[in-house]
Design a binder for this molecule. Structure first.
Ligand code: P6P
Length: 324
């Protein structure tokens, strides 16, 4: 059995990065404990607060966010953090080296029905002369991430992590250790499984309607095979399924909010998940270009997402290429 820290050190990972990842896991273990308690701890249900995203916060959204902020700001390596739940970044230690962006509890609409949720994180380096209390410090494209990952709080708590040398899974043991359970995760290039919120079909752009329409035609249609659909409404669970057995997950542009490219957030969901997917041999696209190439202009900006099995994302891109 290989513990997270010994695995990373064996891979010659930057020691300070290892320390920061271990700090993040301290917070995620606390969040996992609170989730396990659920109703017993009186942490279910919604708060009175509405976050910067315009979403009513669940009590556990706030708890998870507070745990991550406290634990991270206690670490002198952390120069600052930006959370999906916070209007503005929070400066940390003046001598700090790293910036952390996170979605503290993705999929939280599932908490009250006891369905998997997760913490998504991304680690960047503070650039020379940047102010970690300013939005600008965090506006770095996804290829500048030093590491990204998530902890999926499911039947077991699983960390999916990349530090730029592939993707590995670690399972939280009763001892409180994250133990390596899958090394060098690879997304199968082919799939028969797609994940999209079909109830929005009438609001998608025609190219997405055409692509999904052809999947639904099955073996009689142009794709020549039958597909299965999954929708958990928890991106962490969807991405974990894609990393584990392949698939395509997409949350596309929607005409109800035409000024926004999509529902999901670039800095807290799109970039960290896209780095994992690319590191595992998959593709992650805005439906027109790689998500990791997007140059951020706002820390809460949205992005359209299509990610997963390489050949399936390539097929989707062919429907979105103007000369089709
Ligand atoms: P919908 C959860 O709120 C989330 O941000 C993602 O985790 C998930 O994939 C998506 O939104 C679900 O959206 O519209 O199906 O509720």
């Amino acid at each position: 059995m290989q513990l997270l820290s010994s695995f990373l050190k064996h891979r010659k990972t930057d020691e300070q990065l290892v320390e920061l990842i271990e700090t993040l896991m301290v917070a995620c273990k606390e969040i996992a404990l609170q989730l396990r308690e659920g109703a017993l701890a009186g942490v279910l249900g919604t708060s009175e607060n509405v976050n910067v995203q315009g979403e009513t916060q669940k009590k556990l959204d706030i708890i998870a966010n507070d745990v991550l902020k406290k634990v991270l700001l206690d670490n002198p390596l952390v120069a600052g953090l930006a959370s999906e739940e916070e209007d503005d970044p929070v400066a940390g230690n003046r001598e700090g080296r790293f910036l952390v962006t996170f979605d503290p509890l993705d999929g939280s609409s599932n908490i009250d029905i006891n369905v998997s949720v997760g913490t998504i994180f991304s680690i960047l380096e503070l650039r020379e002369g940047e102010d970690p209390a300013s939005h600008g410090a965090y506006l770095q494209n996804g290829r500048r991430q030093l590491a990204s990952g998530y902890v999926l709080y499911g039947p077991s708590a699983v960390l999916a992590l990349t530090t730029g040398q592939g993707v590995n899974f670690f399972t939280l043991a009763h001892t409180g250790d994250f133990i390596l359970t899958q090394e060098n995760v690879q997304v199968p290039a082919e799939t028969r499984e797609f994940a999209i919120n079909m109830s929005n079909q009438r609001f998608w752009e025609p190219s997405m309607q055409s692509y999904i329409g052809d999947l639904l035609k099955g073996s009689d249609g142009p794709r020549g095979k039958n597909y299965n659909m999954r929708w958990i409404a928890s991106m962490v669970a969807e991405v974990h399924r894609v990393l584990t057995r392949g698939g395509i997950f997409t949350y596309p542009w929607d005409e109800r909010e035409p000024q926004k490219p999509g529902k999901l957030r670039l800095m807290y969901e799109g970039n960290p998940m896209s780095l994992l997917i690319e590191q595992a041999g998959g593709l992650a696209s805005t439906c027109y270009s790689p998500i990791l190439d997007v140059e951020p202009t706002e820390i809460h900006q949205r992005v359209s997402i299509a990610l997963g099995s390489r050949h399936e994302v390539e097929a989707l891109l062919r429907y979105h290429t103007p000369d089709q």
